[in-house]
Each structure stands twice: as structure tokens, then as C-alpha cells.
Design a protein around this ligand. Structure first.
Ligand code: PLP
Length: 398
């Protein structure tokens, strides 16, 4: 049996992500009564902090669930729609497919705006689909802001403009699970009616809680929506002290969230986003260097849509991304993300979001470059150098 590599596990998947030590310590809190006034203050502080990260000041309701992101997807569909309603799903990759599957399971009609997974949707196709819907059967447009399987970002401001151009009243539902607190997201400015988020990525927390932020228009739609729901029923939740959660509130998460929000605010959201942009570009420079000699390449073909939280790396035909991933884990103790759905074995994914800095990224890139060599995947050397050059050229030492 192979010995476990020594040294700290470098977790370089696109979520869950690394949890800062201070957040880990904060979650290790003794049990408290979730109705205790002191805990309610912590909870309220977290709700306000989350709305700041969502960049919403309007009368947005925030519903939280003890569930991973799938739970928030389900809650959002079940509260906003009725059996037989049509949703317009913007294809982006594995996660838009999975959200579609869930919508169908709930008896919704799913109309898909098809897209190449290497580029994401053409926004003109979104306007065209909405214009063609003369009976206004489409109740919601579902968009994955950052498709974690491909590393392709959907420009939300342009999506808003594309919907407005069709003068269609559909709700806009956005999944920000792998973009929130890593890339710019503006609920109010972009007129998003329901935002789905989860704990284990940019918020740097363990997996297990997720949420939906809902606009006034969304709350009005909820009054009419007829899909069955109970655990996730927002009307039930509004009756409760926390205006959220059915059942026991997972208090330890909120001690952790209080600390992760403190860290994000101490750094400043703009600086957090800039750090993600810088580290993502370093990763892209490395992959672009490896691309020489017919090597691996960035899956996303549109430079303007490249994600700052994850890069999917496409291997040359005939080479197995899982073998590279296995070597990275078994030899170097570096965990990369695997290819999902039809990308299985074709890509591996480098996550660059959350509690991350330059040496962590360079360590990961070094392990990837060595794993490419060991697996005899053609590539040009010098990916780590290219990343270091990007991170230092023209910079001051301080
Ligand atoms: N949506 C996106 C964009 C994701 O990246 C994920 C998970 O990685 C999900 C939805 C599903 O979330 P969860 O795995 O927390 O259920």
C-alpha cells in the first residue's frame, strides 16, 4: 500500500475550499440555545454581513438552510414556481444540467438555451428565446454565474440587459455558489430575484449550509407558487424567530461565518476580488506556458469569460486527466478537482478561491507540472516561472 505523503494537504479543488484556522476554531464552539439572545445577535450580524456581500440593500429576504447547495436550488424552485411552469435554463455545463434535472423532477418544463461548454451561452439567444415566448410561459431564467465544471463565467450585467431587451417579466435566478466572495456579484444592480449561495467556497466554511436571497418581486411570486414544499417553505420560515431555517439552527456555522465575514471585511471585498483575479491570472499564465509543445490548455475559449475562482485544464487528446490528478494526490498531496460529466478524464480543475495566497498557488502549479512530466503528458516547461513572473514583474517588494 502506498504511504500517505507527509506535509500538509494542499487542497486545490474548486470547493470545498481551505478553511482559515481562525474560522475552524470559531466553529468549534460549545453548544448554545439557538434562541438565546446572544446567539440571535451573532445570527443577525451574519445575515447583515451576507447581504453586504450579495450587494443588496433593498428589501431582500434571506432564507438559510441546513443543506448543501443542492438544497438551496431545490428551495428556490419549490418556492417560486408551480407545476407545469417553464424555466429557461442557460446551459453552462455540469451544474446547469444538474439544476435542469432537478427542475424536471419537480414537474417543471425546462427550455434550454444551448451552449458550447467552452464558451457559455450567446446572450442574443437568451433575448431571442424570451421574445419568442409570446404567451409569457417562461416564469424564470436560471443562470449559473460561475460554472464550476468548466471555469466559464456568465456576464450577469449583460444577461440582465439581454432579458430587458426582450421586455419579458421572467424572474432571474442566479447560482453564485462558486462566485460569491470571489468574483463581483451585484444582486440589486443586476436585478436578480433569487440568489443561491453555499458555505463551502468563497465563504471559507465547512459544507452544510446554503441560502437564497430573494427580491421583492421574488417574494410576490412566492405567494402564487404552488409547488409542494415544507422543509424549504419560505412562508413557514418567516414565522420563525430567525425568519429562516426549519428545525434546529446549526449554531456552530454562525460562529464560523461571523469570523469568515470578519476576515473578508478586514481584507475588504474589493481586495478579496482583486486577490482572486491576480491568483487566477497566475494560474492561467502557467497553463498558457504548458500549452507549448501541444500541451494542456485552458478549457474556456473566451478570455473575457474566464473564471477567477476555477480553471479547467483540458489535456491533449489521448491523455487521462485522472492519472494526472492521481499523481498530484498520491505523490505530492495536492488535491485537484476532477472533470465532471462529459468532461470526466478530459479535464482536471485547479480551484483558486477562498483562503489562498501566492505560495499555495505556486505549490499547486509545481505539483501539477511535475505530475504532467511523470505522466508523460506533452507540455512546455516553465509554467511555474510564468506564474511567478506575472506575480512579480513590475511589482514593489512590500
Ligand atoms: N452549483 C454550483 C455552481 C456548484 O459549483 C455546486 C457544487 O460544487 C453546486 C451547485 C452544488 O452544490 P452542493 O455540492 O453544495 O450541493
Amino acid at each position: 500500500m502506498r504511504r500517505k505523503p507527509r506535509g500538509r494537504l494542499f487542497f486545490a479543488g474548486p470547493g470545498p475550499t481551505n478553511i482559515p484556522d481562525s474560522v475552524l476554531h470559531a466553529t468549534a464552539h460549545v453548544t448554545v440555545d439557538f434562541n438565546d439572545p446572544e446567539f440571535l445577535r451573532v445570527f443577525q450580524h451574519c445575515v447583515i454581513g451576507l447581504t453586504r456581500i450579495l450587494r443588496t440593500t433593498r428589501a431582500t429576504e434571506l432564507f438559510l438552510y441546513t443543506a448543501s447547495g443542492h438544497g438551496a436550488w431545490e428551495a428556490t424552485l419549490a418556492n417560486l414556481l408551480s407545476p407545469g411552469d417553464t424555466v429557461l435554463m442557460l446551459e453552462s455545463g455540469y451544474f446547469s444540467d444538474a439544476w435542469s434535472g432537478m427542475a424536471r423532477a419537480f414537474g417543471l418544463e425546462v427550455q434550454t438555451v444551448a451552449a458550447d461548454w467552452r464558451r457559455g451561452v450567446d446572450l442574443g439567444d437568451v433575448t431571442a428565446a424570451l421574445r419568442a415566448d409570446r404567451g409569457q410561459n417562461i416564469r424564470a431564467v436560471c443562470a449559473v454565474h460561475n460554472e464550476t465544471s468548466t471555469g466559464v463565467l456568465l456576464p450577469m450585467a449583460e444577461l440582465r440587459a439581454a432579458i430587458d431587451a426582450a421586455q419579458h417579466p421572467a424572474l432571474l435566478l442566479a447560482d453564485t455558489i462558486s462566485s460569491l466572495a470571489s468574483m463581483d456579484f451585484r444582486m440589486d444592480d443586476w436585478g436578480v430575484d433569487a440568489v443561491v449561495g453555499a458555505s463551502q467556497k468563497g465563504l471559507m466554511l465547512p459544507t452544510g449550509f446554503s441560502f437564497t436571497a430573494v427580491s421583492k418581486k421574488g417574494m410576490a411570486a412566492q405567494q402564487r407558487a404552488m409547488l409542494p414544499r415544507r422543509y424549504f417553505d419560505w412562508s413557514e420560515m418567516l414565522q420563525r424567530t430567525h425568519r429562516s431555517f426549519m428545525g434546529t439552527v446549526p449554531t456552530s456555522f454562525f460562529f464560523g461565518l461571523q469570523e469568515s465575514l470578519r476576515l473578508l471585511e478586514e481584507e475588504g471585498l474589493e481586495n478579496v476580488l482583486a486577490r482572486h483575479a491576480r491568483l487566477a491570472e497566475a494560474v492561467r499564465r502557467a497553463v498558457d506556458a504548458w500549452r507549448g509543445n501541444a500541451g494542456p490548455e485552458i478549457l474556456c475559449e473566451d478570455p473575457a469569460r474566464r473564471s477567477n475562482s476555477v480553471t479547467s485544464v483540458l489535456l491533449p487528446a489521448g491523455h487521462d486527466a485522472e492519472a494526472v490528478r492521481r499523481t498530484a494526490m498520491e505523490r505530492f498531496h495536492v488535491a485537484l478537482g476532477g472533470g465532471l460529466g462529459k468532461l470526466h478524464r478530459k479535464v482536471f480543475r485547479i480551484g483558486h478561491l477562498g483562503d489562498l495566497n501566492e505560495p499555495m498557488v505556486l505549490g499547486t502549479l509545481g505539483a501539477v507540472e511535475m505530475s504532467l512530466r511523470l505522466n508523460r503528458v506533452p507540455h512546455a516547461r516553465g509554467g511555474v516561472d510564468a506564474a511567478m513572473a506575472f506575480l512579480t514583474d513590475g511589482q514593489e517588494p512590500g
